[in-house]
Design a protein around this ligand. Structure first.
Ligand SMILES: [Zn+2]
Length: 178
């Protein structure tokens, strides 16, 4: 809780009553004995008096909340050091394998095969396989499904059937003969 020079004991009493109502309504109890009050522009004596009026402990800025210094001068590099160190520590443990396992664990519908490259074949084969499996090949059927207006959906090479991925990769007579 923060208080400033314009706060009065009645303001804090009213705040205390509001928090008590919150407790009665939600069941979330505010433990005033463990709560601290911070003063801005008030003397230590005033802060102690205000804190005792609602049963809080007086304290001083800056304080640390979730690892961040609150009330500190953030234009000083030294105050950012704890945060920078935490990020650097996390970056050291960052790996592609870790991200992949996080995604697979978080989203079970992602099959392991869709997030793993096969190292035994060239990368272009991996990419083509992924594009085929995920309907990312620009066949006429896929383009039509994306709303692109075409004159015909039939295979331009043989004109025997619709141009689907199965047709251009397996069924087309031109693909069979090459
Ligand atoms: Zn064809």
């Amino acid at each position: 809780m923060l208080t400033h020079s314009m706060s009065q004991k009645t303001d804090l009493k009213n705040l205390s009553r509001i928090l008590t109502c919150l407790h009665l309504g939600s069941g979330l109890k505010i433990n005033f004995n463990k709560s601290k009050i911070y003063g801005i522009g008030v003397t230590n004596l005033e802060l102690t008096s205000l804190a005792s009026s609602i049963g809080c402990q007086p304290s001083h800025l800056p304080f640390t909340y979730l690892g961040l210094p609150i009330g500190a001068n953030m234009s000083r590099f030294s105050n950012w050091s704890p945060l920078v160190e935490r990020f650097l520590k996390r970056l050291k443990t960052f790996t592609v394998k870790g991200i992949r396992s996080f995604l697979v664990n978080t989203y079970p519908r992602l099959a392991v095969e869709t997030t793993r490259w096969n190292n035994l074949v060239p990368i272009k084969v991996n990419i083509s396989s992924w594009r085929i499996a995920n309907k990312r090949i620009p066949t006429r059927i896929n383009l039509d499904n994306q709303g692109i207006d075409l004159n015909s959906l039939r295979c331009p090479l043989c004109d025997d059937d619709l141009e689907t991925k199965e047709h251009i990769l397996v069924l087309c007579c031109v693909a069979k003969n090459t």
